[in-house]
Design a binder for this molecule. Sequence first.
Ligand code: ZN
Length: 160
Amino acid sequence: MRIASTPGTSAPPTCTAVAAPASVPVPAASITSHNGIFTVKSASSGEHRTFRVKTQKPDATFAPGERIVSLLSGPNNGADYRSFGILKADGRIIVWKKHRGTQIEKLARMLERLDAHAAAGQVTVQAETRCRCCNRRLTTPTSISRGTGDICHERHTAGL
Ligand SMILES: [Zn+2]
C-alpha cells in the first residue's frame, strides 16, 4: 500500500528494532537509538568530534532505509558532513572501504561502544541543541553547555 504524502514529507519508513544494550544505562539520547547530531568529547584529550546519524529515504538509490553515519568536516555544522558508514540495528558500523584502516575507522569503532565509553566517563556525548538567541545549531561542547554560540555569546559579553 502506498501512503499518500504531502510535498516535503514522505511516508515514514519501517524502522528496524534497535538492540537493547546489555548492561549499560541508556542515556537520554543515544547514537544507537536516536538520529541526530552528536558531539563526543574525549575526557583524556579534551578533543571533540561531531557526528550525524540520518536515515536514508526508503526510495533512495543508495542504501535505502539505512542509517548513515557522517563526520562534521567543515565550518558549517548544518551541512559539512562526510558520510563514512552505515549504522546497523545491532550497533555495528559498516565503514566504507576507502576508510578502512584509517582514523575514521577508529572513530567508528569508538562509536560502536559509545554508550559504554560514556557510562565509564571516558567521553561525554552531547546531542545537538539550538542557540537561544539566534536558533542556530550548536555542536561544540562549550556552546551546547552554554546554550549560545560563540558570536551570540560575545555579543552578550559585550553587553549588546
Ligand atoms: Zn546565536
